[in-house]
Ligand binder design. Structure first.
Ligand SMILES: [Mg+2]
Length: 392
């Protein structure tokens, strides 16, 4: 059994928690004349306020609303607490956003009881330990758990016991991936519910929607092979530096790329992941920021391969600078088990892997300062101080 846990009106609920005097009043997170609503309490939603709505419109709909600024750090703190609680139920927790996660509860019924009992226990513990309310959906497959958690918000608990019976209740607009366009196309054929697409047959669905047609066909059968995956938590690894003085010196920029590539590679290896997509980030003097990406033939965790791709992206970029920031990222991350052909790597690559392993060993024993690659050794311009920044 899988669970999807979604905190109810998360930002607004955290604000209500921190300011008990606001309990019961319409809380709207998001301020400023040109701002948009980040979150709205259910009292505010009752007045028609929705997230992503311009603040001025929300003020018109709900003049008595309490408008508050966004406090990202505070929500981040609470999010950590929320995820910790979920991990007490199973180690297989995949966080999909600040206030949402999937749980794979396979094999935990001895601990937590039936699906309904488990869902109720999650909700009770969440409320007791954070003071926050969540909605939980329980289902044998991922997309239905997500749909179920949305069914009875707020404070909902929906358990999909009978797959076929539940499928009949799912409308197409609830299905993740069915956008407005697909809805319109299917609507023209009189199809409104997920169950209806079965009548169309797989071939016609694929003809109508392409690759997604096949996926939708599977979903209509209640098949969703997407697992709850812990690895997916980290979506990318990146490193960037801000130059104290803007530069267009290709030697300097490449040297920085080499240093950052080896840091990114090392973090990938220590996290046990490989990435296929290398991204170069540049910020021009006028703060205009661009990113360029390249997908490798094979996923990698090797500095040389990341560096090579990043350099190509730099030399093929239409402007030669000057730049005030440069960064390298690795994304499209996979575990070695997920990487096809990993064991078939060629000889040259074996060598690089051996070097990387030795590097990791030294790093573990002596810390990050000890090892620099030859290209990094060249002294930086005296005036050039760089500020490093890690991101995940
Ligand atoms: Mg939520």
């Amino acid at each position: 059994m899988l669970a999807h846990v979604d905190m109810d009106a998360f930002y607004a609920s955290v604000e209500a928690l921190d300011r008990p005097e606001l309990a019961g009043r319409p809380i709207i997170v998001g301020m400023g004349k040109r701002g948009v609503v980040s979150a709205a309490s259910y009292e505010a939603r009752a007045k028609g306020v929705r997230s992503a709505m311009p603040v001025f419109q929300a003020r018109r709909l709900c003049p008595e609303g309490v408008f508050l600024p966004v406090r990202k750090e505070r929500y981040g703190q609470m999010s950590k607490k929320v995820m910790q609680i979920l991990k007490e139920f199973t180690p297989l927790v995949e966080q999909v956003s600040v206030d949402e996660a999937f749980l794979d509860l396979t094999g935990t019924s001895g601990l937590w009881g039936s699906a309904h009992e488990t869902g109720a226990a999650i909700k009770a513990r969440m409320r007791a330990q954070t003071g926050l309310v969540c909605s939980v959906g329980m289902a044998p497959v991922r997309f239905l758990a997500k749909i179920a958690s949305d069914r009875d918000k707020p404070d909902g608990l929906t358990v999909v016991q009978d797959l076929e019976a539940f499928l009949k209740t799912v409308s197409l607009k609830e299905v993740p991936g069915v956008g407005k366009k697909a809805q319109a196309k299917l609507g023209q054929l009189g199809l409104r519910r997920l169950y209806d697409v079965r009548t169309l047959g797989q071939k016609r669905l694929e003809g109508l929607l392409g690759v997604y047609g096949r996926r939708l066909w599977e979903l209509s059968q209640g098949i969703d092979p997407t697992p709850v995956s812990v690895e997916r938590e980290v979506k990318s690894i990146s490193h960037e530096v801000t130059l104290s003085e803007d530069s267009k010196d290709p030697d300097l920029l490449q040297r920085l790329l080499l240093g950052m590539s080896s840091k990114v590679a090392r973090r990938a290896r220590s996290g046990g992941v490989l990435g296929r997509t290398v991204t170069l980030k540049l910020k021009h003097s006028d703060h205009r920021q661009i990113t360029r990406s390249h997908s490798l033939g094979e996923a990698t965790d090797l500095a040389e391969e990341i560096y090579e791709a990043a350099c190509k992206l730099l030399t093929s970029y239409s402007s030669e600078g000057p730049f005030r920031l440069i960064g390298v990222g690795l994304s499209n991350l996979k575990t070695p088990e997920q990487v096809q052909g990993w064991l078939l790597s060629d000889k040259g690559r074996e060598k690089l892997k051996a070097v990387a392993k030795a590097e990791d060993e030294l790093h573990k024993r002596f810390g990050s300062g000890v090892l620099k690659r030859a290209g990094e050794m060249a002294p930086l311009d005296r005036k050039q101080k760089v500020k490093h920044n890690e991101a995940e």
